[in-house]
Write a protein that binds this ligand. Structure first.
Ligand SMILES: [Zn+2]
Length: 139
């Protein structure tokens, strides 16, 4: 699970009134950074202590892999913006969906959608329009 499907899954479990949610991974093949928005308790039994160099190499590979995934979809007007600041908005000036730059690092879909109005702002990378309707943004 990643940013989108993971968030959707956890929100579904919360809606069903789950008391506790356990996410278990048997390998380091995924970046679970998106879970931080739910303030999880992390229990780690891992290769970090057994083989720190290998562990670091896997984390680096995963981070660059998820960046590459976003890069594949980016138009040139958004390509130079740091990926952790990117979000998609419905630009009211361009009248279509555009990539925009957040005023802060992407906090995760749930945090973004429930944030109070004005906390996050996104500037259209094409025309400069500044959006504040954070409940409608996505990646
Ligand atoms: Zn625009």
């Amino acid at each position: 699970m990643g940013y989108d499907d993971g968030d959707k899954c956890v929100q579904d479990l919360i809606r069903r009134q789950a008391k506790k949610i356990f996410l278990v991974s048997s390998t380091d093949s995924k970046d679970f950074g998106w879970t931080n928005q739910f303030k999880p308790v992390h229990v780690i039994f891992d290769a970090k202590e057994e083989n720190p160099e290998y562990h670091e190499r896997v984390i680096q590979a995963l981070n660059s892999a998820s960046y590459e995934k976003i890069s594949e979809r980016l138009p040139t007007y958004a390509a130079t913006t740091p990926h952790d600041y990117l979000v998609r908005i419905l630009c009211r000036r361009c009248h279509i969906t555009r990539w925009a730059r957040l005023n802060a690092q992407y906090p995760g879909k749930s945090v973004l959608r429930s944030a109070p109005l004005g906390k996050y702002r996104a500037t259209c990378l094409k025309c400069g329009y500044e959006a504040t309707d954070n409940q409608n943004w996505f990646r």
